[in-house]
Write a protein that binds this ligand. Structure first.
Ligand code: SF4
Length: 347
């Protein structure tokens, strides 16, 4: 099954839904009602849409699937303020999302593809290869499910789960528009962060978009050759072109970007690495998240606490830096840092 066959009302933005409703000869106000049943009241079936005519509910059901994700790890609990959700999709594939609880923030880390084709050497998802892009509905349904599960509003969204979001650009942006829509999930654009390993043309597209979504770039080295060794995408879009695109994003949006840097022992954790990172980012308006490596089956190792603090001290002299310790053995909001063992077992 390709994603085109997974048709659903949830693939439609408010404007598209409006069109869809009008084409079926219903009055305009019905689209607002339907959208609000889905995204404000977060109903799990059309039967709960009490003020919607039965005929329209039937048309929605006949158009496609209403629920697109089904929980596959119902017994998972919140550990260290984070919870991992394993979802089964209509076509039998699995994806993961993570809920991170911090004070009054409820952040969901979303998947955008099944697997990933970019072969970063430290990444567990890369071992799956690329299976397919997620549909708009499959992306937004991850948040709807999690929000219902905790009976709370989700406040922040990061596209940092499975996959490279900017290689599923259209669906990722359309899902972010629904998440942002005041009739939809109504989460501010500045609370929605799209992460990338460095897909340069789409960074320019994002910079020129009228929506103010935030950008995070997974950099992991300031040395071009070293970066190519751990992130082969750097052979296609090298550091030079990536930094140029980031500068363009800075100036076009007037916004800071987040640089994600996964620290790996003897790979990118030396003093020289830290200095080179500062040199690379010298004209960039950014904050840096240092993420001590979450050990997995790739064989890379987390540096010692001393090395991590030394690296951070060097960066701190010139840039805002935060060390993002994992919220548990398996959860962490950064590309390639989710751990997909359960998925491999089931496939
Ligand atoms: S780190 Fe991110 S971009 Fe790289 S292979 Fe993993 S999921 Fe893909």
């Amino acid at each position: 099954m390709t994603n085109n066959q997974i048709q659903s009302i949830k693939n439609l933005s408010f404007t598209q839904l409006n069109e869809w409703i009008k084409n079926r000869k219903y009055q305009d106000f019905r689209s607002k009602q339907v959208f609000q049943w889905i995204y404000k009241k977060k109903v799990i079936s059309t039967e709960q849409m009490l003020n919607i005519p039965q005929k329209l509910r039937d048309e929605i059901n006949n158009y496609g699937h209403f629920s697109l994700v089904e929980i596959a790890n119902p017994d998972e609990s919140i550990i260290n303020s984070a919870k991992k959700y394993l979802f089964k999709l209509i076509d039998g594939n699995y994806i993961e999302s993570v809920l991170i609880i911090e004070k009054d923030r409820r952040t969901v880390c979303l998947s955008s593809q099944i697997g990933c084709g970019l072969e970063c050497s430290f990444c567990q998802t890369a071992k799956m290869g690329f299976l397919r892009n997620l549909t708009v509905g499959e992306i937004v349904d991850q948040i709807l499910f999690i929000s219902n599960d905790i009976s709370e509003k989700i406040t922040n969204v990061v596209y940092m789960g499975m996959g490279e979001p900017l290689l599923n650009y259209e669906n990722v942006i359309n899902s972010a528009i629904i998440i942002n829509d005041k009739n939809g999930l109504n989460i501010g654009a500045r609370k929605i962060t799209i992460s990338t390993s460095g897909i340069v043309p789409q960074i320019y597209m994002l910079a020129d978009l009228k929506y103010q979504f935030k950008l995070a770039v997974s950099l992991n080295s300031g040395y071009n050759e070293k970066r190519s060794n751990i992130m082969p995408i750097n052979n296609q879009f090298d550091l030079n072109s990536l930094i140029k695109a980031i500068k363009y994003y800075n100036s076009a949006t007037n916004k800071k970007i987040t640089i994600e840097y996964v620290l790996m022992k003897d790979i990118n954790d030396s003093e020289d690495d830290a200095k080179m990172l500062l040199e690379t980012l010298k004209d960039i308006h950014c904050k840096i998240n240092l993420i001590p490596f979450n050990e997995n089956e790739t064989g890379f190792v987390r540096p010692t606490k001393e090395t991590i603090s030394k690296f951070s001290e060097i960066i701190k002299v010139e840039k805002d830096v935060t060390i993002r310790w994992s919220k548990g053995k398996e959860e962490n909001g950064a590309c390639g840092q989710l751990y997909f063992k359960k998925i491999f077992v089931k496939m």
